[in-house]
Design a protein around this ligand. Structure first.
Ligand SMILES: [Zn+2]
Length: 286
């Protein structure tokens, strides 16, 4: 990818090296609400979910310096994230403006190990996730090493696709899709709820592709980049990786669809560059 000249996003929050505090002081109202919603959706006892959201292992107080601010020069990885997020802002800003809407930019939090979000605690073990409660993407950069080493999907565009997929969930929130899915979910059984999750994930893949299409038109992609993205989409399908939540509540713990489905929908976005081609719900949303 040719990303070095790209505008850097100002919405990246660097919390690397910050250790999250013990959860024993109680969880926030947003997280509590999410737990109640989740329990309604999943039929799980909210108390069980509460316990899952409880103390984080290896909990320690936040460092005396408060929220981390990077002291040294910006490192390559965080520069890359800022560049990719910045380009998604420009692309989606343009797409929204074309239909007379303002694009409300998401935040992105870099963290190491575990992190506190409005959706509860997230950990590197579950991979990147988007929290609708605070409209932020949460990313532990070690996931990019995992992509290379564990999933056999190296390359900067593979990493960019992951960021763009999470931004895709933000787009779903802005377009009201997330709300409509949540309402529909309340009326269907567990199997259908799972299918809704898959459609949601595949649409985020397609939206990532839409961004990729526009990046290509700006000549940001190099030979082999699209293949890198498709390899990553295939590698992190549900049939290749079963993510475990291990007591953490994160939207990304839901099912994502098969490798073939993920590749298909990413391709559809990449080829068309048109979010109207990303209707994975095919008329079932009202
Ligand atoms: Zn997702």
């Amino acid at each position: 990818m040719r990303w070095r000249d790209a505008r850097r996003s100002e919405n990246v929050e660097d919390r690397r090296g910050v250790r999250v505090g013990p959860a024993t002081a109680g969880i926030g109202g947003g997280a509590l609400l999410l737990i109640i919603v989740l329990s309604l959706l999943t039929g799980e006892n909210p108390l069980d979910l509460l316990q899952q959201a409880g103390p984080v292992p290896d909990s320690a107080q936040v460092g005396a310096g408060g929220p981390a601010t990077p002291s040294g020069p910006p490192d390559e990885a965080s520069e890359f994230v800022r560049a990719v997020l910045g380009d998604t802002e420009d692309t989606w800003g343009g797409i929204f403006a074309a239909s007379g809407r303002k694009y409300d930019e998401p935040g992105l939090v870099l963290y190491t190990g575990a992190v506190q979000s409005a959706c509860g605690f997230g950990s590197a073990a579950v991979g990147p996730f988007y929290c609708p409660g605070d409209k932020k993407v949460y990313l532990d950069l070690s996931f990019f090493q995992d992509l290379t080493n564990r999933f056999g999907a190296p390359g900067d565009f593979a990493a960019a696709y992951v960021i763009a997929h999470e931004v895709g969930h933000h787009i779903q929130g802005l377009l009201g899709i997330e709300d409509r899915v949540a309402r529909l979910r309340q009326r269907v059984g567990e199997a259908d709820a799972n299918a809704l999750s898959v459609r949601t994930e595949l649409q985020a893949d397609c939206f990532a592709g839409v961004w990729g299409h526009h990046a290509a038109r700006k000549d940001m992609l190099e030979q082999g980049d699209v293949e890198e993205g498709l390899r990553a989409a295939a590698a992190i399908g549900d049939d290749r990786i079963q993510r475990r939540t291990q007591g953490y509540i994160v939207p990304e713990s839901f099912t994502h669809g098969s490798s073939a489905q993920r590749v298909e929908w990413l391709k559809r976005g990449l080829q068309s560059g048109d979010l109207n081609q990303c209707d994975t719900f095919q008329g079932i949303l009202r």
